[in-house]
Design a protein around this ligand. Structure first.
Ligand code: TMP
Length: 208
């Protein structure tokens, strides 16, 4: 049976990577099903090389998007699709929505172009559930110890990215927005409660 594909999104410093790890551990303990935690950019061998370039070298905005898309294509084909098709839940720390939020809303790359490339590489695959861990950009920036090239974009850039995520969350029921400024345990409890609700619905939908 095909399994669920879950993504976790948010601006830099929102705490999503810690939350993804906690969610993975809870699923492994409570759901009796295999689960893998991965992420973008860099979820594959090819992707880890692309990640180095993306986070360290200055480049044109379209080149930047295409490198994220190349990383994503490799990730889908070599890891995400084979795993969910083999009955393993996949949690990805960032996916499609990161490019729409960062390169589209943040950098102004054409949404039509982004959507076209995405439709070509995903072949219809989209997350069954996406958590957006939402924090004020000021909070996100304050939490970052060391910043990479993209995180250096500054407050205005992160504001556009955050607004992008909020806009996206209104477009599809797969999104659940979680307030990320509360204590870590409160945030993880909220993610877990929402996961259980969506998991039940998903299992029901597979019976149809
Ligand atoms: P990370 O810190 O979550 O590993 O992500 C690295 C940076 O890459 C982060 O600043 C967000 C950025 N990013 C994009 O700009 N577009 C994308 O499509 C992805 C996946 C990440």
């Amino acid at each position: 049976m095909r399994e669920m594909f879950i993504t976790i999104e948010g601006i830099d410093g929102c705490g999503k990577s810690t939350q993804a790890l906690i969610l993975k551990e809870k699923i492994a303990i409570h759901c009796g099903v295999g689960v893998v935690l991965t992420g973008e950019p860099g979820g594959t061998t090819v992707g880890s090389i692309v990640r180095e370039v993306l986070l360290n070298k200055d480049m044109d905005n379209v080149t930047e998007f295409l490198l994220f898309a190349a990383d994503r294509n490799e990730h889908i084909k070599s890891l995400i699709r084979p795993s969910i098709n083999n009955g393993i839940i996949v949690i990805s720390d960032r996916f499609l929505d990161s490019s729409v939020a960062y390169q589209g809303f943040g950098r102004g790359v054409s949404f039509d172009f982004i959507n076209y490339v995405h439709s070509f590489i995903t072949q219809g695959l989209k997350p069954d559930l996406t958590f957006i861990v939402d924090v004020e950009p000021e909070v996100g920036l304050r939490r970052l110890k060391k910043t990479d090239r993209i995180e250096n974009g500054g407050l205005e850039f992160l504001r556009r990215v955050r607004e992008g995520y909020i806009e996206l969350s209104k477009r599809d029921r797969r999104f659940v927005v979680i307030k990320g400024e509360m204590d870590l345990d409160i945030v993880s409890d909220e993610i877990w409660e929402n996961f259980l609700i969506r998991r039940k619905e998903w299992i029901e939908s597979q019976k149809d």
